[in-house]
Design a protein around this ligand. Structure first.
Ligand SMILES: [Fe+2]
Length: 421
């Protein structure tokens, strides 16, 4: 090969190395390339195997090739030591090892006469080279790490390797080391990424399963709470089925007050209107359905229903605001209500609306002990208690909206009852 050929060969080899993603394939290509292009009895590559922590032959080509599966060199092997141990580097060339050079070192009595360990080392090295039928060995480094050794046999045409040829092999060995390290790094990165991706997917699936489970649980619980509310409602034969009426009146009042009824806010109001008395499920029937006035002791139990209701709603994660409304639907505007004696704007607006609508409904509903009051009487009662029991703005908005709705109807009485029921 001329010097031009080597340059060209290196360029081609470098291009190929960039393309080849599989390091083993790359090494096989290098060995084949050297044997064929340079014309050698054999060429082999020793590579460090991370898993086995040894140097193994990944390929060997040529007429005197090495049985690659039989020979493995560990890190204490003289050849590996020679390249990886930095100690005597200053004195002897370690960029490559040529058999001829080794022989001349051994014959140099000045060098070995007073240095028995070095002589022993060189002799061991010679043994290894003879076993491998190596003429020249070229190490491949990545930073200071010995990744592999290129082992070359004799030139078929005879003669020794020129420095230019050895320099070509060195460049090839170092480029290959770099390519292998990059490929390994990419492979490692890819497998880590794949693993991360897999873990991420598994986590997403698990989270989704949990979310679905929680949603299902919440739905089931919501159904239970709704049926409890209906049960409470059904216990009172006079108000049974009136929840829809309460909902209509509540929404109407809120709209009149300019309350934002888009999305979630409406849901909170509607749920509060339906569920405000759900805690009555915990009040014994003889108190709940008593056809006469309650005793002080009975009132005490009855007054627990807002907090019992809020407690029932506690496990529903999306019902925090509703639970708060339920808890405070018996607060009075002047602070005389229960359970916390909240005053004015401190009482949630939805609770102030529930309070007015619920009371109106109670006044106009027929009871076994009292006939339902006419609508006008109910308005008067609400107005009388505006500012004490009720928020005056809510009362005002409620009556205004109610009357406007009535004015839009022809049959006043019939409409009034439809609205209230
Ligand atoms: Fe209540």
């Amino acid at each position: 090969m001329t010097s031009y050929d080597y340059q060209e060969a290196l360029k081609n080899a470098a291009k190929t190395m960039v393309r080849v993603k599989n390091p083993r394939r790359l090494l096989k290509m290098i060995v084949r390339f050297i044997v064929k292009e340079v014309g050698l009895s054999h060429a082999s590559i020793l590579m460090f195997d991370q898993l086995k922590s040894r140097y193994i032959f990944v390929d060997s080509k040529g007429s005197h090739r090495i049985p690659i599966n039989l020979i493995k060199l560990d890190q204490s092997n003289p050849l590996i030591q020679w390249f990886s141990d930095p100690a005597p580097k200053a004195k002897l060339n370690k960029d490559f090892l040529a058999c001829t050079e080794l022989t001349s070192w051994l014959q140099n009595s000045e060098m070995t006469h007073h240095n028995a360990p070095l002589k022993a080392r060189l002799l061991q090295l010679k043994d290894v080279l003879e076993t491998l039928k190596a003429t020249v060995c070229v190490p491949g480094f990545y930073k200071d790490e010995l990744l592999g050794v290129l082992i070359l046999g004799n030139k078929l045409k005879g003669g020794q390797f020129s420095l230019e040829e050895i320099s070509f092999f060195q460049t090839l060995a170092n480029d290959a080391s770099m390519a292998i390290k990059t490929a390994e790094y990419q492979e490692d990165l890819l497998s880590k990424n794949l693993q991360l991706e897999k873990q991420k997917r598994e986590l997403e699936i698990r989270l989704q399963e949990i979310a679905e489970l929680r949603k299902k649980e919440q739905e089931t619980y919501y159904q239970i709470v709704m049926s409890l509310a209906q049960e409470v409602n059904a216990k009172d034969p006079y108000t049974a089925g009136h929840l829809k009426g309460v909902e209509r009146l509540g929404i109407m009042t809120a709209q009149e007050m300019g309350y934002d009824l888009s999305g979630r806010k409406k849901d909170v109001l509607v749920a509060s209107l339906h569920l405000h008395d759900v805690g009555k499920i915990g009040v014994p029937d003889h108190i709940l359905l008593k056809p006469a006035s309650l005793t002080e002791e009975e009132w005490k139990i009855m007054r627990q229903h807002p907090s019992k209701g809020a407690k029932i709603l506690e496990p529903l994660s999306g019902f925090k605001e509703v639970a708060n409304v339920v808890l405070h639907h018996h607060e009075n505007y002047d602070g005389t209500g229960y359970p916390d004696g909240l005053r004015g704007e401190k009482i949630p607006l939805e609770a102030r609306i529930v309070s007015v609508v619920d009371s109106f409904h109670a006044i106009v509903s027929k009871r076994c002990y009292s006939k339902g009051q006419p609508i006008d009487a109910a308005f008067k009662e609400l107005e009388r208690c505006a500012g004490t029991q009720f928020d005056p703005h809510v009362v005002e908005a409620f009556i205004r909206a109610y009357k406007r709705t009535l004015n839009g109807k022809h049959h006043k009485e019939e409409s009034a009852h439809r609205l209230a029921s």
